[in-house]
Design a binder for this molecule. Structure first.
Ligand code: MRU
Length: 333
C-alpha cells in the first residue's frame, strides 16, 4: 500500500538484512530499520517494532532465513527457531511460518526463497480476501474496525482493511470507525495513518464510544482481524474485540473476522486453549510516556481476548466466507 504515494510492504529482505517499517514511531515518523541478523529480527518482533499476526509470521520467516545464512548447523538452527518462536505467544502465523521455512529448507538459499514465498502469499491471499469481502459493502457502508488489521499487520492490503480498501477504490463511499485501541493505540496510531495514506474517510473513536455509535444506528458492519482461530471458530484478537462483538450482537450489527486460512489453528480445539499474551503493566499505567496513574497503582494488561464463535456472523478468508462451525473446511488439513 502507499506511503506518500509510494508502494511499500510492512517487511521485506535485502541481501541478508530484514527491512521493516518501525511501527513504534508511526504516525509521527516513517523510518525503515535494517535488522542485520536473526537475533535483531527476533527482538523487533518481541519489542513490537513490527506487529500484527501476518507481519509477525513473515518477519519470523525472514529471521529463520537469516539464521540459515548465518550457520546452517542443526544445533544453531534449533536455537534460532526457539529464539524466534518464543517472541510472541498468541499469533499462530508465527509458528506456522517458522515451521514452513524449517521443513522446506535444506540450504540457506531455499530458506530465503521459502520466506519470500510466505510474504508473497500473504499479499496474494489478502488481495483474494478483499474480493471475497467486497460484497459486504453497499454504497455508503459505515464499518467499524478494532486495532490495526491493516497492511502494516499483514505485509500488504491488511486482513480487516483489505475489503475496505477495495470498496474505497471501487468508489463505494465507505466510512470507517477506527477504535483507538488502548493500551497501545494501534487504531489511533496505525490504522488511521494507513487510511489517511489511501484517503479513506474515517474517524478515530475512544474504545468506550463504539457502543454509543452502534446504538445510534451509525455502524452498519464490523470487521476485525484475528491472531488465532480455534477449530470451533472461537477467535483470539486484540483486547477489546470481545466486547465489540457482544455490542454488535446486542445491536443486530453483522460482526465479521477477516483472516488468512493460515490463522486457523485446527490443533487448538477451543478459544480457552489459546495462549493469551500478558504484557508489561507500564503500557496501561503510562500514556505517551507519561504516568497517568498514582504511584503505586498496579495494572492488568492482557494483549488479546477470545470472542466465542456464537458472536461471529462469519469468517472472511481468501477461500470464501465461512461460518465459525466450518473451520475444518476453511483451514489447512
Ligand atoms: O499486539 P498486536 O498489535 O500484534 O495485535 C494485532 C492484532 O490484534 C490484529 O488485529 C491481528 O494481528 C490481526 S491483523 C493481521
Amino acid at each position: 500500500m502507499k506511503v506518500h504515494g509510494k508502494n511499500y510492504r510492512a517487511v521485506w529482505m535485502e541481501g541478508g538484512h530484514v527491512v521493516v517499517i518501525d511501527q513504534r514511531l508511526l504516525p509521527h515518523k516513517f523510518k525503515l530499520l535494517h535488522l542485520r541478523n536473526h537475533r535483531e529480527t527476533a527482538e523487533a518482533i518481541r519489542n513490537m517494532t513490527i506487529r500484527g499476526a501476518g507481519t509477525i509470521g513473515a518477519t519470523a520467516a525472514y529471521g529463520m532465513a537469516q539464521a540459515f545464512l548465518e550457520d546452517s548447523s542443526a544445533e544453531y538452527i534449533a536455537k534460532a527457531y526457539n529464539t524466534l518462536v518464543t517472541t510472541r505467544p498468541t499469533a499462530v502465523d508465527l509458528k506456522h511460518a517458522l515451521d514452513r521455512v524449517l521443513v522446506t529448507s535444506g540450504t540457506a538459499r531455499a530458506a530465503v526463497a521459502e520466506a519470500k514465498r510466505i510474504a508473497d502469499e500473504y499479499v496474494t491471499r489478502m488481495q483474494q480476501l478483499a474480493a471475497v469481502g467486497l460484497p459486504l459493502f453497499k454504497r455508503g457502508t459505515r464499518v467499524l474496525t478494532h486495532c490495526n488489521a491493516g497492511w502494516l499487520a499483514i505485509v500488504d492490503w491488511g486482513s480487516a482493511t483489505a475489503p475496505i480498501y477495495l470498496a474505497h477504490r471501487k468508489k463505494r463511499n465507505v466510512f470507517v470507525w477506527v477504535d483507538e485501541t488502548r493500551p497501545r493505540c494501534q487504531g489511533a496510531h496505525l490504522t488511521s495513518w494507513e487510511l489517511l495514506q489511501e484517503r479513506v474517510p474515517h474517524k478515530v473513536i475512544a474504545d468506550n464510544a463504539a457502543g454509543f455509535y452502534m446504538r445510534r444506528g451509525e455502524v452498519d458492519l464490523c470487521i476485525v482481524g484475528a491472531d488465532r482461530i480455534a477449530a470451533n471458530g472461537d477467535v483470539a484478537n486484540k483486547i477489546g474485540t470481545y466486547e465489540k462483538a457482544v455490542l454488535a450482537k446486542e445491536n443486530s450489527i453483522p460482526f465479521y473476522v477477516a483472516a488468512p486460512s493460515s490463522t486457523i489453528d485446527l490443533h487448538c480445539p477451543t478459544g480457552d486453549k489459546i495462549p493469551i499474551e500478558e504484557r508489561d503493566e507500564k503500557e496501561v499505567l503510562f500514556l505517551a510516556g507519561k504516568r497517568i496513574t498514582a504511584p503505586g497503582a498496579r495494572a492488568g494488561n492482557p494483549a488479546f481476548d477470545v470472542t466465542p464463535a456464537r458472536y461471529l456472523t462469519g469468517i472472511i478468508t481468501e477461500r470464501g466466507i465461512f461460518k465459525p462451525s466450518q473451520m475444518r473446511k476453511a483451514g489447512h488439513g
